[in-house]
Design a protein around this ligand. Structure first.
Ligand code: ACO
Length: 339
């Protein structure tokens, strides 16, 4: 009897492992050439400053959960699991279908998940990493054994299509990861690190539409329900912060940067990604990049890139992968995973 309970105690700290991934990008492609017709910009300017060539935009009449649903179905299939196996849905998003309830609850119903608890996490472009870290904690403590972790955003809904400083940067998409519990000790999420600095709230935010300034005819006229950003400041802090937190996550995992097989950074801007790779001293051959095709998909960016990397065969069993992200808040984070 004593032996059984000791053994249970030893086995009560599983590690979260990635069982499956999936993603969804809307069919509608908006090229830089198309944006040249909307604002005073050029393919050349957008490509040189951001590396973005095109982005996907969610069709009218669809909501965030429609994309999250497709990504989740693919992730569950990849994991060989069914909706009934899911014990929690944690979704990073800043563009839920409704102000409330959460899009995680909308998704839960679409998937037919029952007997789970589901909620959204608002950490902007870092939302997926926050959701992943929370799910990892629930699994490590033995509270749940299976979680669906989603990053899904339709930032096109928050864009001022007359502001060339922001409308060229973003796209819509969803990525999902199914986490399970493993006792093998060798694989899974080795570390997660999260950070915020609220003194930057107004450096990147949507001024109206919340409780402080509810949507009104005036706020809509002034476009205050769309993204307002100081791009230069975001750029500077993003590179520095993602480097720092990546190093912290690697230290915690006791992994050296040379041991990382692939870095999957938040896809905001190719210049941010190359600057980060340079500071981490990781060659670009070991860095996942798809910002050229999708732009910045906010919370979806890391899980979409992770799913693509797996499907392209860029992650093999035993590989160590470093994820990192940075976004409004400011909020940033990193995770180290052994596959
Ligand atoms: N097309 C043409 N010209 C433009 C455009 C455009 N789309 N946008 C701005 N410009 C002009 C500006 O008006 C300015 O003109 P001026 O010199 O006559 O005043 C000139 O280009 C230079 O503008 P800057 O803002 O200094 O350009 P910068 O090199 O900083 O690039 C950018 C702007 C791309 C926004 C960059 O600062 C950036 O990527 N920042 C990070 C922002 C970001 O990624 N935010 C996403 C959310 S947070 C995250 O995900 C990390």
């Amino acid at each position: 009897m004593t032996f059984v309970s000791l053994s249970r105690t030893r086995r009560s700290h599983p590690r979260a492992v990635i069982l499956g991934t999936g993603s969804e990008l809307p069919a509608q492609v908006v090229t830089n050439a198309a944006l040249e017709k909307l604002v005073d910009t050029s393919d050349e300017w957008i490509t040189t400053r951001t590396g973005i060539k095109e982005r996907r935009i969610l069709e009218e009449g669809k909501g965030n959960a429609d994309m999250a649903y497709r990504a989740s179905v693919r992730a569950l299939k990849d994991a060989g699991l069914e909706a009934k196996d899911v014990e929690a849905i944690i979704m990073g998003t800043v563009t839920p279908d409704y102000p409330f309830p959460s899009s995680a609850c909308v998704l839960e119903d679409m998937l037919g998940v029952r007997k789970a608890f589901s909620f959204d996490v608002n950490a902007a472009c870092c939302g997926f990493l926050n959701a992943l870290a929370i799910a990892d904690s629930f699994i490590r403590t033995g509270r749940i054994r299976t979680a669906l972790v989603v990053g899904s955003d339709a930032l096109s809904r928050l864009l001022n299509w007359k502001d060339r400083g922001t409308c060229i940067l973003f796209g819509d998409g969803a990525g999902a990861v199914v986490l399970g519990a493993s006792h093998d000790g060798a694989h899974g999420i080795l570390s997660t690190r999260l950070r915020t600095d609220g003194s930057y709230v107004k450096t990147l935010y949507v001024p109206a539409g919340g409780s402080l300034k509810p949507a009104s005819l005036e706020s809509v006229k002034r476009n205050e329900h769309t993204i307002a950003m100081n791009g230069k400041e975001v750029f500077k802090v993003a590179v520095r912060s993602m480097e720092e937190i990546s190093r912290e996550a690697l230290d915690e995992a006791e992994v050296k940067v040379d041991e990382v097989s692939l870095v999957i950074p938040h896809q905001a801007n190719l210049r941010i990604i190359t600057a980060l790779a340079g500071r981490l001293k990781v060659p670009m051959t070991k860095v996942m990049v798809n910002v050229d095709r999708y732009g910045n998909t906010s919370a979806a960016s890391v899980p979409v890139a992770l799913d693509e990397a797996r499907r392209e065969g860029r992650i093999r069993p035993g590989d160590i992968v470093l994820l990192n992200a940075f976004g409004a808040g400011f909020a940033w984070g990193a995770a180290v995973i052994r596959f």
